[in-house]
Design a protein around this ligand. Structure first.
Ligand SMILES: [Zn+2]
Length: 139
């Protein structure tokens, strides 16, 4: 008699599993366009660290703002910090430069390497991810 209940439970479980398959925004790499690497190589090779740009770890957050009018002045930022830093009401004092909608570009490769390599583990970026995780748990 409880087979019907079991079927219902199985359906419920199936729903839960489907939900779990959805990639959370902080792991979603679909926003990363591989063509950016070609553009960087073409117009800003001296400003970006090629090895770093190929790392999987930058793909969930790195965003390239290609400047059609001044290609060598194209900037970059953090998709997650830009989208969510203010929305999550995090401390504006610690808002990272990569959260600016216009992005940033340092004047040499060394500084850009520093900015890109340190961002993922920076306090502000990690605060965004922690807050996103917490808000997801609530829903
Ligand atoms: Zn960030």
């Amino acid at each position: 008699m409880d087979s019907e209940i079991e079927i219902q439970q199985a359906k419920n479980n199936a729903c839960v599993q489907t939900d779990n398959l959805a990639i959370p925004v902080w792991e979603d790499t679909s926003g990363f366009d591989p063509n950016w690497l070609t553009l960087i190589r073409q117009y800003q090779q001296d400003l970006f660290p090629p090895h770093l740009m190929k790392k999987e770890s930058i793909k969930p957050w790195f965003v390239y703002y290609f400047n059609e009018n001044d290609k060598a002045k194209s900037t970059y930022g953090c998709r997650l910090c830009k989208e969510y830093y203010d929305q999550l009401k995090l401390n504006p004092v610690h808002k990272p430069v990569l959260a600016n909608p216009e992005g940033t570009l340092k004047r040499d490769r060394h500084q850009n390497t520093n900015t890109i390599s340190k961002h993922r583990l920076s306090k502000s970026h990690m605060a965004v991810i922690a807050a996103l995780k917490a808000s997801k748990r609530k829903t």
